[in-house]
Design a protein around this ligand. Sequence first.
Ligand SMILES: Nc1nc2c(ncn2[C@@H]2O[C@H](COP(=O)(O)OP(=O)(O)OP(=O)(O)O)[C@@H](O)[C@H]2O)c(=O)[nH]1
Ligand SMILES: [Mg+2]
Length: 340
Amino acid sequence: MNRKQDTRDPERISHAEEPLKARITAVHKDRFNFICSAGEGQATLKTSNYYLGDQDFPTTGDQVLLHYDPDGCSQILETLPRKTYFSRRNPNLSRGEQAVAANFDYVFIIQSLNQDFNEQRLERYLTIAWQSGAMPVVLLSKADLCEDLESYLNRAKQCAMGVPLHPVSAKTGQGLDELQEYLQPGKTIVFLGSSGVGKSSLVNALAGQERMKTKRIRDEDGKGRHTTTHRELIQLPQGAMVIDTPGMRELGIWDAESGLDEAFQDVESLLGTCKFHDCTHTAEPGCAIKEALAKGTLSPERWNSYCKLEKEIAYAQKKDLHLKKKKEKQISKYLRKHYK
Ligand SMILES: Nc1nc2c(ncn2[C@@H]2O[C@H](COP(=O)(O)OP(=O)(O)OP(=O)(O)O)[C@@H](O)[C@H]2O)c(=O)[nH]1
Ligand SMILES: [Mg+2]
């Protein structure tokens, strides 16, 4: 038999055939940027594992196994289990939730010390951050613009419930030294906050060079211009990795029940101590919430925030269940019609 000789470089074959562990640094339509011990590259998904199988589609920060191809045709075989992640409802309902950033240790929640500062939004971000499984840290950015830092710090403390708070300025460098404790090699930090609060400016200030594009906020209302459009994983000189995100408009609050418990520990510790176990906290005697509100140990704003977020989560869960049932009905109708 005349065997055709394999002329491929053996070094490359072993690279191609031995799966390597890699980290996803950015996600494009059907291409994924990654970094691994052999270098950086772009990869596509192995169809049989992802489109026909049940593998979770990789997101920024994910660890994956891939067949590395130095010529640019690497193929992702498997998404490794995530230790933390943010998720949103998947537009493709058969797959339930969809992760939008994964495997981070800290969530830097950023609010700027101008028109952006808003306690309700901070509480919402804290709920999402706790839900992810990582540790939240609150950064009050653009401290150089603020003349009344103490009062902002006090307001933030009321909702942060013991979460570390750091006033910082990417412009003057104020507070950046204090962040070094989080930037240890092997750690990943995700930046969360509205457009224009200075997330990318902080990434650049910590990196010591311009890694991300930034843009002026609008003069009229201080709103950002959605400059960062992609989630991106960046290596800092300190050894830590940072995931810069677009203003997190895209992150709905979905199934964040345990995040709510953590973010509102003060409210949670009161619930269940009312005289009646099914207390509605409206007219019943012996209501711990009403007592705390009357004593001033729980502020009405905080209680309202809790109720609002709780309602939103319940609504999102109900909607999800409804859509899931609708989808199941459609599938069984299709099966009945075609496989009678
Ligand atoms: N004065 C002052 N301005 C800042 C500071 N940090 C950022 N800015 C300005 O705020 C504007 C928005 O900054 P970006 O870093 O683009 O904000 P972003 O949060 O990344 O915005 P998106 O990418 O749209 O989500 C830019 O004009 C920055 O120069 C700061 O510490 N002090
Ligand atoms: Mg940005």
